[in-house]
Design a protein around this ligand. Structure first.
Ligand SMILES: [Zn+2]
Length: 311
């Protein structure tokens, strides 16, 4: 009986202490910083979506210097190569925030060789879709689909993981981090409510030209007839394009979702032959460095998904 009371009390303490302590790869016994260093936290994100989430969490906190390692226009990091400038930035980093799920393969060696570098894997606790092979894609991208931020509940989870890391690193500003994250979560709640209003009774089948859009299919509840991956390194063959045309005709796939990249060219080519309509969605891997960039891009994605599927 006493044991149960102890467990209950422990749980109460955990609930009321605000920021949780569940963080991976946390550096134990961090060496005390000098006063000068402590003034500013050098926080670094691996790429654009994580940067925008971190901008939301740290908004208004003056002693955080946030840097996006790969800039705002790099896109996905599947084939990114580490630069000497990146190495220089990482040497002065107090906290490195990554997406995880294999997105930052280029950092594996750096992280392994620098055990003192504090790394936050923001995917901790996120919902993961298994990676499905697509036409044109012969690379092994790992077991799971790494574009997790495209699922709104995942973006909230990632923001919460970022919040927890900052609360530990900078407890003086805990209230601000918590308030900011709650504001972001509330904005996301409004977006998910809009998603629920999309009626999928007429069109439930679409083709996608970006792996990340599988998270939209999962969240919005439409089926993916086929997926074609096309980028700088991945190109579907003529045979695969022909097969896609046949499948789209056979199954009457009238909706294609593509990002505004090379995938769009394939979507346009196939659509021309089948009469499907191409809709452009934003994978949110590049854009403006603004706090509301994720929210705006997602809002626009929802509008387009509604236009394509709900009529
Ligand atoms: Zn990608």
């Amino acid at each position: 009986m006493k044991k149960w009371i102890m467990i209950c009390m422990l749980m109460m303490v955990m609930v009321f202490s605000g920021c949780s302590n569940a963080e991976p790869q946390q550096k134990e016994n961090k060496t005390p910083q000098t006063t000068q260093e402590k003034e500013e936290i050098q926080a670094v994100t691996s790429f654009y979506p994580i940067y925008i989430l971190a901008l939301n969490v740290t908004d208004g906190v003056e002693n955080v210097k946030l840097t996006n390692l790969t800039g705002s226009q790099t896109g996905c990091l599947h084939d990114y190569q580490l630069t000497t400038d990146n190495m220089k930035t990482l040497r002065e980093t107090d906290l490195l925030m990554i997406n995880g799920i294999g997105m930052e393969g280029f950092l594996d060696k750096v992280i392994e060789e620098n055990p003192s570098l504090e790394v936050l894997d923001t995917s901790e606790g996120a919902f993961l879709l298994e990676a499905k092979e697509a036409k044109g894609d012969e690379d092994d991208h790992g077991k799971y689909n790494s574009h997790i931020w495209l699922s709104i509940p995942n973006a909230v989870k990632q923001a919460e993981n970022i919040r927890d890391a900052f609360c530990r690193l900078d407890p003086d500003n805990e209230e601000q981090y918590k308030k900011n994250t709650e504001e972001f979560a509330n904005a996301m709640k409004e977006l998910t409510d809009q998603m629920k209003n999309i009626d999928l009774t007429k069109k439930q089948n679409a083709a996608i030209f970006h792996q990340g859009f599988e998270y939209f299919s999962s969240d919005f509840g439409f089926d993916v007839a086929f997926r074609i991956d096309a980028d700088e390194d991945t190109t579907p063959s003529a045979k695969e394009v022909k097969e896609a045309v046949e499948k789209a005709k056979e199954q009457n796939i009238s909706v294609f979702f593509a990002a505004d990249d090379i995938g769009k060219q394939f979507a346009d080519t196939i659509a021309e032959e089948t009469g499907a309509k191409v809709y452009i969605l934003d994978p949110i891997t590049s854009g403006e460095n603004k706090k509301d960039a994720y929210e705006k891009a997602m809002q626009n994605n929802i509008r387009i998904l509604k236009e394509a599927l709900d009529k």
